[in-house]
Design a protein around this ligand. Structure first.
Ligand SMILES: Nc1ncnc2c1ncn2[C@@H]1O[C@H](COP(=O)(O)OP(=O)(O)O)[C@@H](O)[C@H]1O
Ligand SMILES: [Mg+2]
Length: 614
């Protein structure tokens, strides 16, 4: 089986990408600069200590001098305090920056997700979006905040130490520095291997999660297909692969530090050998104190070198997360208001309602063509005029384009050719929010939010009173079942409305749409999951709800749409018949056949039920 995977991103370190990531952290730039500054000071303290040791040995221990000892102790304590202050400060700033950056990027990403059009969600699996919002963003915060600490400390440490050594004794300094390239190359080599193994581990891990998921979801199907053994084999191959790569990563990591330490010891040995001879030679350029300082420098300088190699590997490993988040932040919504429209009517987050024109509800499709980003033409040269207040019913086979037509009206998608006019104006010249605020939409798969029934209905109009909510529920005949629930209107509906049946969810979302008093009402197979009796009762509510509103009804049961002002029969994105119920029956065409068939089926069903109950 093939499991869907996140796309694999570039492997080379991409400095431009990280610059863009840093750009998104604008409110935290001050923190980042503070981190860099404290790290530089902290590295400076680290290089001062060996110098203090040197002074202690040469001035006080060697000669037994006592003058100036108090001043020396004061400087020593001062350095210790300064360094402690630095560590305290950077830990704090770093922690704060890490959380803050996470939150900030999540906020940006969430805002973008709210702006993105339906087409983005058509193409991006929910799992991917969730991992961008959670693990990817926290990874970025961590890498940037703590990576910057290490990078700055290491860089500053190497630089200042190198200068201090060169000033103390150039020849010995060059000796120590000559080992550095060897360590750098080794570190880079190892980090590359470790990175590659971890990538392998992560990839296999996502496949295993996929396999788990499919295995659990499809447990019953697997049994019926007798696929248990094949599945188990596949699973064992995957886990075996994961084990091999994990072990490889562990071995490389285990080898890395001992090797760096050994190389560092070689440098120390060189220093001791060279410096040791000089200390005891007649020239006496190298003092015991200088030698001691060098030993400290040479053991200390290799950690930052391997640190830097590790940070670059970390950056590379986090790069995929950064790329995913940046690509989300930089995805432009396909449906957006032009700057002029925003100027006049405001955007979704700060609408200028005072400038909004009233809506009547005339709707016109003027030679509209449309295709989804991933498919062929669904509508071609489609024209239709609907007057305000009319009820239009759309019928036709599954896939004929009914939902597409109403999605276009709602501006969830826009025509690829042609114009849709509302009240005679191209709807793109008004804001998206203006239209959607005047729209009531009930879907075949209704979605409720966690919370109570009352809260869910109030999402339709936030200032609705309890009385209005209850009236809306009575209008759609939902009160019966609501009052039977444990807490009536205050019963929790569960995540996504999971404690209700689909039919009940449809009734609630119907009430929610109704309470908003929309000018345009869209019912897309909104009653497909309620039983025939409830549907008949709903019928009355629907006709009350729809009076005075332009409405579009898509329904399979033709009995629901008999009273529509206009019925359109859609086939392959084209209107093949249009008229009222009576006119269409008179035409004896496609609609007639469809209706006759359903009528016969329902008649047979009723006759059968009556026979059974008799
Ligand atoms: N989000 C989408 N992305 C790509 N193609 C789609 C999408 N939604 C619908 N389609 C395609 O558009 C055509 C019309 O679909 P739709 O309008 O949903 O039909 P209906 O509501 O009449 O059943 C179908 O061929 C369907 O495969
Ligand atoms: Mg549909």
């Amino acid at each position: 089986m093939q499991y869907q995977q996140e796309q694999d991103y570039t492997r080379k370190l991409d400095a431009g990408l990280w610059r863009r990531v840093i750009g998104y952290m604008k409110p935290y730039h001050r923190h980042l600069i503070a981190i860099m500054a404290t790290m530089a000071v902290s590295a400076l303290c680290d290089t001062i200590f060996p110098l203090l040791t040197r002074e202690a040995i040469d001035t006080f221990i060697g000669s037994g001098q006592t003058a100036g000892r108090a001043w020396f102790v004061a400087r020593y304590i001062g350095t210790v305090l300064l360094q402690s202050a630095c560590i305290f400060t950077f830990c704090q700033i770093c922690g704060r920056a890490e959380c803050g950056i996470n939150r900030h990027i999540r906020k940006l990403a969430f805002k973008r997700l709210e702006e993105l059009s339906f087409s983005y969600y058509d193409q991006t699996p929910v799992g991917f979006i969730i991992s961008r919002m959670t693990s990817d963003t926290s990874r970025i915060g961590e890498t940037v905040a703590w990576g910057l600490v290490d990078l700055f400390w290491s860089g500053a440490y190497i630089l200042i130490t190198a200068i201090a050594m060169l000033l103390l004794n150039a020849r010995m300094a060059l000796l120590v520095l000559s080992v550095m390239p060897v360590i750098a190359v080794t570190a880079v080599w190892f980090q590359k291997r470790i990175l590659a193994s971890y990538r392998e581990v992560r990839k296999t891990n996502s496949q295993i999660t996929g396999a788990f998921n499919e295995g659990i979801m499809g447990a019953k199907t697997s049994k019926t297909l007798v696929r248990e053994e094949a599945n188990a084999k596949e699973f064992s191959v995957l886990t075996g692969k994961m084990r091999t790569s994990s072990i490889r990563a562990a071995v490389f990591s285990a080898l890395f530090y001992p090797i760096v330490i050994s190389l560092g010891s070689i440098a120390t040995a060189l220093v001791l050998q060279r410096g040791g001879t000089e200390v005891f030679s007649a020239s006496g350029i190298v003092t015991v104190g200088t030698l001691a300082a060098f030993v400290q420098y040479s053991t200390g300088i290799f950690e930052p070198v391997s640190n830097i190699a590790r940070i670059f590997a970390d950056l590379q490993a986090s790069q995929a997360a950064a790329e995913r988040v940046v690509s989300l932040l930089e995805t432009e919504p396909e449906i957006f208001d032009t700057p002029e429209v925003i100027e006049k009517f405001g955007d979704s987050f700060s609408p200028k309602k005072e400038n909004w024109p009233d809506i009547k509800g005339d709707i016109e499709f003027d030679h509209v063509s449309f295709h989804y980003s991933t498919g062929e033409e669904v509508l071609e040269d489609f024209s239709l005029k609907v007057k305000a207040g009319q009820t239009v019913a759309l019928v036709g086979e599954t896939g004929s384009g009914k939902s597409t037509i109403v999605n276009l009206i709602c501006r969830f998608y826009e025509p690829t050719k042609g114009v849709i006019r509302i009240d005679g104006e191209d709807y793109r010249s008004r804001s998206i929010l203006w239209l959607q605020a005047h729209l009531g939409y009930v879907l075949q798969q209704p979605h409720l939010f966690s919370g109570t029934i009352r809260e869910n209905i109030r999402f339709g109009r936030l200032d609705a009173t309890d009385r209005e909510i209850e009236a809306a529920c009575r209008a759609v005949d939902a009160e019966d079942f609501i009052l039977k629930m444990d807490k009536g209107y205050d019963s929790e509906v569960g995540e996504g409305g999971s404690r209700l049946s689909t039919g009940q969810k449809q009734l609630i979302s119907f009430a929610r749409a109704l309470i908003a008093k929309p000018a345009i009402f869209v019912l897309d197979e909104a009653t497909s999951s309620v039983d025939t009796q409830t549907e008949q009762k709903l019928q009355a509510a629907i006709s009350v709800a729809l009076t005075g509103r332009t409405s579009f009804i898509i329904a399979h049961r033709l009995s629901t749409i008999r009273s529509a002002d206009l019925i359109l029969v859609i086939k392959g994105g084209k209107i093949i018949e249009r008229g009222t119920h009576a006119e269409l029956l008179g035409q004896r065409g496609y609609y007639y056949t469809l209706y006759a068939n359903q009528f016969r089926e329902e008649g047979e069903k009723r006759a059968w039920e009556e026979g059974a109950s008799a």
